[in-house]
Write a protein of this length. Structure first.
Length: 131
């Protein structure tokens, strides 16, 4: 008989799916709907935002494969926060948000770095056979 799994255990995988889907959606939106709307600088910002969004959605999916524990939780949260802050601020800047929004971007970059370090730690702690 299957034991019920608490809902909080599934949030990273749900978030990874949503992040991946939104990366594809926003990438396509930028490539097609905003083609004649954004200037070259705005297109470059959008492209950078969607690239980081997509790669870190994949990193979030990889975090779901790590053993459950503190490292996995930190990595998942940091990647999600990084996507919102880093990519979100670049998307906003591309659409004409005030320049001060650019000050948010490095905070997202720090979150990405924390996520990668936490993911590395989580994967490093995988039980290895005794030698």
């Amino acid at each position: 008989m299957r034991q019920p799994v608490p809902a909080f255990v599934h949030w990273p995988s749900w978030l990874a799916g949503m992040a991946g889907a939104s990366a594809v959606l926003l990438g396509a939106f930028g490539a097609h709907a905003l083609r004649g709307v954004l200037d070259p600088a705005g297109r470059e910002l959008w492209h950078t935002a969607s690239q980081y969004h997509f790669w870190h959605a994949l990193a979030l999916a990889a975090a779901c494969l790590a053993p459950d524990g503190r490292g996995r939780r930190i990595a998942s949260g940091a990647f999600a926060i990084g996507i919102v802050l880093f990519s979100g601020s670049l998307y906003a800047l591309a659409l004409g948000a005030p320049r001060w929004c650019g000050a948010i971007t490095p905070l997202g970059g720090v979150a990405f770095i924390v996520g990668w370090i936490a993911l590395g730690m989580a994967l490093h702690r995988v039980d290895k056979p005794a030698s």
